[in-house]
Design a protein around this ligand. Structure first.
Ligand code: PLP
Length: 390
């Protein structure tokens, strides 16, 4: 076995696509220890800086003292505690939906949604840049699988016009995880209404970050719940904890409880994580300064990069990628930044399309303007040495 596996691994390496983990020796804060090296990190999805917030940590400790560590069973057997239940009620209120359902991760939530809502007679229509978990869920569902070019609602409309399938699901990220740009939910909802399709929005990078009180892409869109019937959110990003949720109607949530195998056949999230998330949800809604500061950093980063002649993708969110193209070059740039104490990960295929390797900068509410300035001057220096600045 190993000799066969090593061949495939070597092939990966040759293509500059080999992945390695970096061992972090501290919490999710901008200044971290990478082994013995202090680094300034720009690769966390902890957008609001809540992952290491002492109040969230205290809630987790109290939750652990009350419930212990493991939930001990799946939600449908005996693993569904009042901590989970309260959090679901609070998430339903937060999203303005009838119900919400917790999943152990966003990956599992998306598998659960796609497989419970679509089957062999149905069709799913995906934005080409949707998150891998949505694509995997669609494949697993056995539904007819169509992908439309990124953000291209005209192509989607043509596909919907000719579709004969029973159920039609249109699936999109709210904020695209590797590009930072956003779906036009108004246009998608209108198409879905015309063609009687169901819109599924995965807002992993929007919840907490966008909109008043962090209501995400759905809140920003101003659309009614009926127009956005299936919302997926993850708790490991802006909420700073772990897990995920689906929010929607009573019928949707009951359907997921009955038919989502990734909900049914797995151990419930530790109750203390639910307790910690209840605290972080309150902070997400009340501490608006986190979003305001993050917005300032985003504007400052974009202005400084543009002034330095660097080319950014059109993103207004905390995800600010710099397109490099070649995977090997992206890795070398990331390594050079690291030698300056700047941690910015290179994102390569298959996470992004071939030829579109990039540096994925993420900003968080815990960064300072000075730290962003350090990043921009490091980037400018390294990019110029590679002649990719212009
Ligand atoms: C991170 C992410 C997920 C997966 O969520 P996890 O809780 O990390 O499994 C799903 N969808 C999108 C768009 C994501 O960015």
């Amino acid at each position: 076995m190993d000799s066969v596996l090593r061949l495939a691994l070597e092939d990966r390496r040759q293509q500059q696509l080999y992945r390695q983990r970096q061992v972090i020796h501290s919490s999710q804060q901008p200044e971290r220890m990478l082994g013995h090296q202090p680094v300034l990190s720009f690769c966390s999805n902890d957008y609001l800086g809540l992952a290491a917030d002492p109040r969230v940590a205290d809630a987790m400790i109290e939750g652990t003292q009350r419930y212990g560590v493991g939930s001990g069973a799946s939600h449908l057997t005996a693993g569904h505690t009042d901590a989970h239940h309260q959090l679901e009620l609070e998430l339903a209120a937060f999203t303005g939906r009838e119900r919400a359902l917790l999943f152990s991760s966003g990956y599992m939530a998306n598998l659960g949604v796609m497989t419970a809502l679509a089957g062999r007679r149905d069709a799913v229509f995906h934005d080409r840049l949707n998150h891998a978990s949505l694509l995997d869920g669609a494949l697993l569902s056995g539904a007819r699988f169509r992908r439309f070019p990124h953000l291209d609602t005209t192509s989607l409309e043509r596909m919907l016009q000719t579709s004969q399938s029973q159920r039609r699901l249109v699936v999109t990220d709210g904020v695209f995880s590797m590009d930072g740009d956003q779906a036009d939910l108004g246009a998608l909802a209108a198409l879905c209404q015309t063609h009687q399709a169901w819109l599924v929005v995965d807002d992993a990078h929007g919840f907490g970050v966008l909109g008043a009180q962090g209501g995400g892409s759905a809140a920003v869109s101003g659309l009614m719940p009926e127009a956005l019937p299936v919302l997926v959110g993850t708790l490991g990003k802006a909420f700073g904890t772990a897990g995920a949720f689906v929010a929607g109607s009573e019928a949707l949530i009951e359907t997921l409880i009955q038919f989502s195998r990734s909900y049914i056949y797995t151990t419930g999230l530790p109750p203390a994580v639910a307790e910690a998330t209840r605290t972080s949800l309150a902070l997400v809604q009340t501490e608006d300064w986190r979003r305001q500061h993050l917005q300032q950093l985003i504007q400052h980063f974009r202005q400084s990069c543009t002034a330095a002649g660097m080319c950014l993708l059109p993103s207004e969110t905390a995800i600010q990628p710099l397109l490099i193209g070649c995977a090997g070059k992206a890795v070398r740039i990331s390594e050079q930044l690291l030698s300056q104490g700047l941690l910015v990960t290179a994102i390569r295929p298959p996470t992004v399309p071939a030829g579109s390797a990039r540096l994925r900068v993420t900003l968080t509410a815990t960064h300072t303007i000075e730290q962003v300035d350090r990043l921009v001057s490091g980037l400018k220096q390294v990019m110029e040495s590679h002649d990719v600045a212009h």
